[in-house]
Design a protein around this ligand. Structure first.
Ligand code: ADP
Ligand code: MG
Length: 373
């Protein structure tokens, strides 16, 4: 009896010691120093017309800087490849492909071939609302928007006939990829590619996989809101990263009160948001943004924003644009069909609806009439 009791006391003592120790460890983890990992952050602004932010846990500033520089130089390369507006000395990029529409196949990098194959595949899988072959029509909106931003007094809408004429040249089947020779040919001289809906996420995914292959274990990258997790935060506390979703009805500062909620993502997962609140111009006081519904040839106006959580930044970026255009019921069906994809829809009246997976992680209720919290 006595023996048992003293054994019990020993166990309690050991437990207390373990708890005390783990308390110390937790404290140390909160400082981000467990296993000598420290959290570092840096950003660059010179690719894809946006800011790319990198958060990483590393053993030293030098270790972080080394992979940060690798990320930056890779993004610079990919930016040039996927650029549809500028050509670069000594390389064929997507502008070269566009300039050769109806003329000749263009030899391109494997990255460009993969981006186009990816976009064609997902176009087919998601009902064709995100179409990289819509470049000619999107270019018209782009030019009117640029002019309208530069000279707001004279801002105009593009004539619908002009948009409709350009949109005739958008058959994805005329984007011909030869995977053996790494060439792309636009078999319609009036067709142009626009990869704005997918390029940032595709680049982010590519770079993330390269980091993983290089042994990097704890990074969160964000390319203009296309977010990808590599591993998990090495703060010793969490197995996931916390990503705030901006509330499209609030100012763009990232304070907590301007957030709709927080989504958790684990290793390999991504979050992307498409919204009309950042890139737009005003015509007679009304805002016209940059995501165009191919059926109306006008900015999609069903939602203020749509956020997608999925595996892969390429998938999340493609899908956020797609769900932003799709009617809610169709989107809901698609989300169910695509396993492992979660969506948050923010309607113009402020209603917020999400799929069950996200509902659990950010507390947004499910159902068409549900309001946030
Ligand atoms: P952002 O680039 O602001 O993160 P998105 O990922 O939703 O937002 O992509 C928007 C871009 O996609 C536009 O700027 C345009 O280049 C392109 N785009 C707009 N509408 C379509 C569409 N229906 N199909 C394919 N690309 C589109
Ligand atoms: Mg997108």
């Amino acid at each position: 009896m006595k023996g048992i009791r003293s054994k019990g006391r020993d166990i309690v003592a050991v437990l207390a010691l373990v708890l005390t120790l783990s308390g110390v460890i937790l404290f140390a983890e909160n400082l981000g120093t467990r296993n000598h990992y420290t959290k570092y952050t840096d950003a660059f602004f010179d690719t894809f017309d946006t800011v790319v932010t990198v958060v990483g846990y590393a053993k030293s500033r030098e270790e972080f800087n080394a992979y940060f520089e690798r990320i930056h130089s890779r993004f610079l390369e990919l930016h040039k490849m996927f650029d549809i507006y500028n050509g670069y000395e000594g390389m064929n990029n997507l502008k070269t492909v566009n300039d050769n529409a109806g003329i000749a196949p263009v030899k391109v990098s494997k990255e460009i071939v993969d981006l186009i194959l990816f976009s064609k595949q997902w176009y087919t899988a998601t009902g064709g609302k995100t179409n990289i072959a819509l470049g000619a029509m999107l270019r018209i909106w782009h030019d009117y928007r640029e002019r309208g931003v530069d000279d707001p007094e004279h801002a105009e809408l593009p004539p619908l006939e002009e948009l409709a004429e350009a949109a005739k040249h958008s058959s994805i089947d005329n984007v011909i990829v030869d995977v053996h020779n790494n060439t792309v040919y636009l078999a319609d001289k009036d067709m142009r590619l626009d990869v704005g809906a997918v390029a940032k996420g595709f680049a982010t995914e590519l770079v993330a996989r390269e980091l993983e292959a290089g042994g990097v274990t704890s990074v969160l990258m964000s390319a203009g809101g296309n977010i990808r997790a590599v591993g998990f935060p090495l703060d010793g506390n969490r197995r996931w990263w916390s990503v705030g979703i901006h509330d499209p009805r609030k100012p763009m500062f990232s304070t907590e009160s301007n957030l709709l909620g927080v989504i958790h993502i684990g290793d390999g997962e991504s979050v992307a948001t498409s919204g009309g609140y950042q890139r737009y111009y005003l015509v007679n006081g009304k805002a016209y943004h940059h995501i165009i519904d191919p059926d109306t040839l006008m900015p999609a106006n069903r939602y203020l924003s749509v956020t997608v959580r999925a595996r892969g930044a390429d998938v999340a970026d493609f899908l956020s644009t797609t769900f932003f255009v799709l009617p809610y019921e169709t989107g809901r069906e698609l989300a169910k069909k695509l396993q492992g994809v979660d969506v948050v829809w923010v309607f113009p009246d402020g209603t917020v609806v999400s799929t069950p997976g996200i509902e659990q992680s950010i507390g947004i209720a499910d159902g068409p009439d549900a309001k946030l919290r």
